[in-house]
Design a protein around this ligand. Structure first.
Ligand code: GLN
Ligand code: ZN
Length: 774
């Protein structure tokens, strides 16, 4: 039985790569420094994996910026605007970041990158990798794109790895490549004249050359990732997979075809019949078809099964995993390989470095380094040589977690048992609520507002830092935040905004802020995961029943309201977004966890209302992000996502106005669910699409109020009155004016006041211009 790995995090235990790359970008470090750091990380990763007993170790899972980008530069898929005589690492950085990047021009985590196409050196687009929070640089295909090997990095790294092979150490290296069909599937066909699939034969020639070269270097196995096998493919793409691997079977390396994050669905038979030497299958996400795969896959080939989850941070139940693998072991013998489910890129690097986690919780967790040990132990146990003590410890941790007081909260469970008793509808339908709300808030036509956050100034950050470090008292910290709130109220007054926000100065992050105050949520010190390029995120861990000890935002909102006669919007992050940006417990359905968060938020909403905050926004930025990979699973996800919004909001009076906000979303295929949420008002990001994203609402005849964003907050440019008038006019042709709001695309926390104040002043002016026309 071979123990292998599909990919290891490349950021380093303490994000060393991030810091070195950013220093290099700033000119503070040389390319030689960067290369040395990269070599060190690769070396350490190899050593870690060797020490853990991994026998077939991934190479080419390293990247300065992105693996997909590496694939593009390897294949010579470099857009004309970045081409130069000699290929070097700068080309890749420019493709990823554009020619004159500043860090905040790049989007917030989770945002799909929207390059400014008018700039000559605009960056390539960035998209989410399958359903993970990792973002890849989208390859651009033009009519004149030729695939030819340009970049030697892959072969250099292979040589570097092979040098570690010694007589007697039972290790080998396995280069990892994005599969040709997945590569094409996810590429952007810019000119769109040559159909994508017409390029496959030429692309395969390039892959063949790569494989030949690797074989010459002494490589035996290559892992080729085709995760699109987990998608619902039409016959054309299925055919392409068959064609591709009939061509690639010729070179003298063995191919391990890897699929992960999903079941194979209708691609099961196809995947089992492809002429490759082996298949890797994700037994966690793909559990429903694991036995089918074991049954259908030919016994004379390698079947690799992952039961150690590469997408989550929980210890694997090894006894259960051993059970699940008995049949495969009997059928495949040594042809059964053991690995994590996917690359470990998606989990934090090393649990050992965490010093502040509750030791009980820590004992339930496993990060990348620990997952290697789990893979090894699992294989050993299957081979009848497992460490009994380690296996018993694992069983104890799994059992302890089930019974744990940390995890189980009787009060929450009682409340959850009575979930059906909570009415999901607001008391009156929107049309009736709207009349009451119009009378109560007495707003002008085209009311102006913002999405919640205002610039997070150096002073705010400093006060937060000092408070965390114990350098200032809580009272001083509160005073600093209140001063900030007073300041933003004065500014909004001056600018003439109709509905105020408090500016969120007390929030570092829209999930962390709430998670820190909720029971059942934990935060790590170093649990970073790469999101894109040098950007990492530190998702919180939802480990237990979620509950709210006391109000989380009432204090701030109430204070803010006391500073003005204008309506102050309360501001909460929604349950689905909290869920989708966290590591979630795997011992109950996601729906259950989501409902628990929703109930905690419901209490917060009612407390806000009781405290006199009668307009409350619940951000669901990540609603779309949580869509499953298979379209046939969307309806079920959307059902419970919408339900959680109802749980959060249905308790308020008819004249309390509920807002929601969603950025970076396409709405066409989810509009029915968005409408079903029945928020009195939704604000969305539309400025960059020139209001195109409104179409979904128009076609659906969306009945409630909408605030289509009138300016892009990712850019420091100040939008003119005319530009915004133009956009609002456009919107007013599509949506009745009485239902339109005027607001920016998203929160303003990454901006400075220098551009924010004039931008909002122009926005208010634009609303006034429009009011004269209607
Ligand atoms: N209220 C949040 C803010 O303004 C919303 C952020 C988001 O949608 N990403 O920052
Ligand atoms: Zn937003």
């Amino acid at each position: 039985m071979t123990i292998h790995n599909l990919g290891y995090p490349r950021i380093g235990d303490f994000r060393e790569l991030k810091f070195t790359i950013e220093a290099y970008w700033k000119g503070e470090k040389t390319l030689a420094d960067l290369e040395a750091q990269a070599r060190e990380i690769r070396y350490n990763n190899f050593q870690t994996q060797i020490a853990a007993g991994i026998e077939l170790i991934p190479v080419n899972d390293f990247a300065y910026y992105d693996q997909f980008l590496n694939m593009s530069t390897l294949l010579g898929v470099i857009p004309q605007r970045f081409r130069q005589d000699e290929y070097d690492v700068e080309v890749a950085f420019r493709m990823a970041r554009g020619r004159a990047p500043s860090d905040d021009e790049i989007c917030l985590p989770g945002h799909d990158h929207q390059p400014n196409k008018s700039k000559a050196g605009f960056a390539c687009a960035m998209k989410k990798w399958m359903d993970s929070n990792y973002h890849y640089i989208v390859p651009e295909l033009y009519d004149d794109t030729e695939f030819k090997i340009t970049d030697t990095r892959l072969f250099d790294e292979v040589a570097e790895a092979l040098a570690l092979k010694q007589d007697g150490n039972n290790i080998d290296f396995k280069p990892v490549l994005i599969g040709p069909v997945t590569y094409l599937y996810l590429a952007e066909n810019v000119d769109n004249v040559i159909p994508k699939l017409n390029r496959l034969p030429e692309l395969l020639e390039a892959y063949e050359q790569v494989l030949l070269k690797l074989a010459e270097q002494g490589i035996n196995w290559v892992q080729i990732d085709e995760p699109i096998l987990g998608l619902e493919l039409d016959s054309e793409w299925q055919r392409a997979l068959v064609d591709a691997y009939h061509v690639l079977k010729v070179p003298p390396v063995k191919i391990l075809l890897a699929t992960y994050f999903e079941t194979l669905g209708d691609n099961l038979e196809l995947a089992c019949q492809l002429p490759v030497a082996g298949l890797h299958y994700d037994g966690v996400r793909g559990e429903a078809q694991l036995n089918d795969v074991i049954e259908q896959y030919p016994a004379d080939k390698v079947l690799s099964i992952g039961l150690v989850d590469g997408r989550n941070i929980w210890k694997t139940d090894l006894n259960a995993a051993v059970e699940q693998l008995q049949g495969a072991k009997a059928k495949f013998g040594d042809n059964l390989w053991i690995a994590p489910t996917s690359s470990l890129l998606h989990v934090p690097v090393n649990l050992e470095v965490e010093e502040k986690l509750n030791p009980e919780l820590k004992n339930y967790l496993s990060f990348a380094k620990q997952k290697l040990d789990e893979v090894k132990l699992l294989a050993d146990v299957l081979d009848g040589k497992g460490d009994e003590k380690a296996l018993a410890d694992n069983a104890k941790a799994i059992a302890d977690k089930k019974a744990s007081k940390l995890v189980n909260n009787a009060e929450v469970q009682t409340r959850m048992a009575k979930l059906d008793e909570v009415a999901l509808e607001r008391a009156a339908p929107y049309a009736e609520r709207a009349v009451l709300q119009k009378a109560k808030f007495n707003l002008p036509l085209f009311p102006t507002t913002t999405i919640g956050s205002f610039p997070q100034t150096a002073e705010i950050r400093q006060a937060r830092r000092q408070f965390k470090a114990g350098e200032i008292s809580e009272a001083q910290y509160i005073e600093a935040m209140q001063a900030e709130i007073r300041d933003v109220c004065e500014r909004q007054e001056r600018i003439g905004i109709d509905v105020f926000v408090h500016g969120e100065p007390e929030r570092n992050d829209m999930v962390e802020y709430f998670g820190e105050q909720l029971d059942g949520y934990a935060f790590t010190q170093f649990g970073w995961v790469q999101s894109y390029g040098s950007r990492c995120v530190k998702p919180p861990i939802i480990y237990g029943d979620v509950s709210r000890e006391k109000p989380m935002t009432v204090f701030w909102s109430q204070y803010a309201q006391s500073q003005t006669d204008k309506t102050m919007k309360g501001m909460l992050s929604g349950a689905v977004t909290m869920l989708n940006w966290s590591f979630v417990r795997n011992d109950q359905p996601r729906e259950t966890t989501c409902n628990q968060i929703a109930l905690a938020l419901r209490d917060e909403v009612l407390d806000l209302e009781a405290a006199g905050i009668h307009m409350i926004q619940i951000d669901e930025a990540a609603l779309r992000e949580g869509l499953p990979l298979k379209k046939s699973d969307w309806a079920e996800y959307l059902r419970w996502a919408v339900k959680s919004f109802h749980l959060t909001t249905s308790g308020v009076a008819n004249d309390t106005q509920i807002h929601t906000h969603m950025c970076y979303s396409e709405f066409n295929d989810i509009i029915e669910s968005v409408a079903a949420m029945d928020a009195d008002c939704i604000t969305i990001e539309t400025s960059k699409s020139n209001m195109k994203l409104l179409d979904a609402f128009v076609n659906f005849e969306y009945p409630n109020e909408i605030g289509p964003g009138v300016y892009d907050i990712h850019s420091p440019n100040i939008p003119t009155v005319e530009q915004m008038v133009g956009l609002i006019e456009k919107a007013a042709k599509l949506i009745p004016a009485e239902r339109l709001w005027v607001n920016p695309d998203c929160g303003l926390k990454t901006r400075g006041w220098k551009e924010t104040e004039p931008a909002l002043t122009n926005m208010v002016e634009a609303a006034k211009v429009l009011r004269k026309q209607f």
